[in-house]
Design a protein around this ligand. Structure first.
Ligand SMILES: NC(=O)c1ccc[n+]([C@@H]2O[C@H](COP(=O)([O-])OP(=O)(O)OC[C@H]3O[C@@H](n4cnc5c(N)ncnc54)[C@H](O)[C@@H]3O)[C@@H](O)[C@H]2O)c1
Ligand SMILES: [Zn+2]
Length: 363
């Protein structure tokens, strides 16, 4: 078992990473006998894990309730938030109820946002069950939902009181979803840590084969890298924004294609390729490293071309609306080499459109 600290003064918390400890899950929860908890999960996870989770909670004398919502990015909406709040009110949950997010990043973002606004804020715990949520979405307190006009356009910063990761949940995860999580793993290597990138190159086959020790190391490493960034820039005014490598492009794909049609990590994979190609055009990234990145994304079974249905002009409205745009100028996270990335302002639209065009065809 490994513990990683997120250092945020009074809002500090621990990420606990273990394998095959579902039976002991209550010993990791920061809850005591008699406490109230509300599990929020979805229709896919519920038949697999919910009954057992509830019976373990009951054994530990925790007053447990649950809400199961429909599965999918297309339900990450204000309507779902309103639905959950309605149930919390009808069942008389007050500010002493702790919400427990049990699922992937969608459930985590939804639960966190409800926790941020329900009765002006309640406590919540993250139990992420996808690779993507275990290495990224469950850590750092970004919560929220999508709007038709843009991804994650409604939300709040609200830190969980604990993140509990069990790598065994990944055994039931569909391979396409596992690959989606690898996009964020590869992202960490590109923006922050050249030797971790090299480690992923060496270990990608073991990761894809769900080797337990390799996965545990990988998740711990990603959480450590994210913990360091979040602990120093909780509200994303500075360095935290480099975690958005590929996301300005990727969010455009997710929104334009209809939420849920492209997985988040798939869209980010293409976004990463578009970002490094932009760096290349600006003369700050070498071809050998571009090939290493593209090769690794492909070995992780991730897409490297944008959707054929999208023209370059389709990206721009979303990119202009994305959070990474300040005063109408296009701002992008661009790597200068593997392991180093920076925020670049004032990138000409024409250059970006040209790069997108090329990434539809000849990447
Ligand atoms: N808040 C953040 O900092 C942050 C960071 C990155 C991504 N995100 C968000 O996370 C979301 C993507 O998260 P995701 O990739 O986890 O998608 P997801 O939550 O949609 O989960 C993917 C699929 O896997 C299923 N699933 C989950 N765990 C499973 C398991 N153990 N076994 C079998 N099936 C399982 C889910 O039901 C779903 O169908 C996006 O909305 C993205 O914007 C948030
Ligand atoms: Zn992401």
């Amino acid at each position: 078992m490994k513990k990683i600290n997120i250092s945020l003064g009074k809002r500090s918390y621990k990420i606990i990473i273990s394998s095959d400890r579902f039976n002991d899950i209550c010993s990791f929860l920061p809850l005591r006998p008699g406490d109230n908890a509300m599990i929020i999960t979805n229709q896919t996870l519920s038949p697999m894990y919910l009954n057992k989770f509830i019976s373990l909670m009951k054994k530990s004398k925790i007053e447990v309730d649950y809400i199961t919502i429909a599965d999918g990015e297309q339900y990450k909406t204000l309507e779902t938030i309103n639905y959950i709040i309605g149930i919390l009110l009808k069942r008389s949950h007050d500010r002493n109820t702790t919400l427990i997010s049990f699922g992937g990043g969608v459930i985590g973002d939804i639960t966190g946002f409800v926790a941020a606004i329900y009765q002006r804020g309640v406590r919540f715990i993250q139990i992420p069950t996808t690779l993507l949520a275990q290495v990224d979405a469950s850590v750092g307190g970004k919560t929220g939902v999508n709007h038709m006009l843009g991804k994650n356009m409604i939300g709040a910063f609200h830190q969980p009181i604990s993140v509990i990761i069990d790598t065994n949940f990944l055994l039931s995860l569909p391979p396409r979803e596992f690959s989606s999580g690898l996009a964020e793993v590869i992202k960490y290597g590109i923006i922050l840590d050249a030797s971790f990138f090299q480690w992923i190159e060496k270990n990608i086959d073991l990761l894809m084969a769900l080797n337990k020790d390799t996965i545990s190391y990988c998740i711990s490493k990603c959480c450590e890298l994210k913990a360091d960034i979040v602990s120093n820039d909780e509200y994303d005014f500075g360095r935290r924004s480099i975690l958005n490598l590929g996301h300005t492009f990727g969010h455009a794909i997710e929104a334009h294609m209809g939420y849920g049609s492209w997985l988040h990590g798939e869209a980010i994979s293409v976004g990463i390729v578009m970002a490094i190609r932009t760096s290349e055009r600006l003369g700050q990234f070498n071809t050998k490293d571009i090939n290493r990145i593209i090769n690794l994304l492909q070995r992780a079974k991730l897409p490297i071309y944008g959707p054929v249905e999208m023209m370059s002009k389709d990206y721009l409205p979303y990119m202009i609306r994305d959070k990474k745009v300040i005063s109408g100028k296009l701002k992008l996270i661009l790597p200068s080499s593997i392991g180093v990335a920076e925020v670049k302002n004032n990138i000409p639209y024409e250059l970006v459109l040209d790069v997108i065009n090329k990434c539809q065809n000849i990447c």
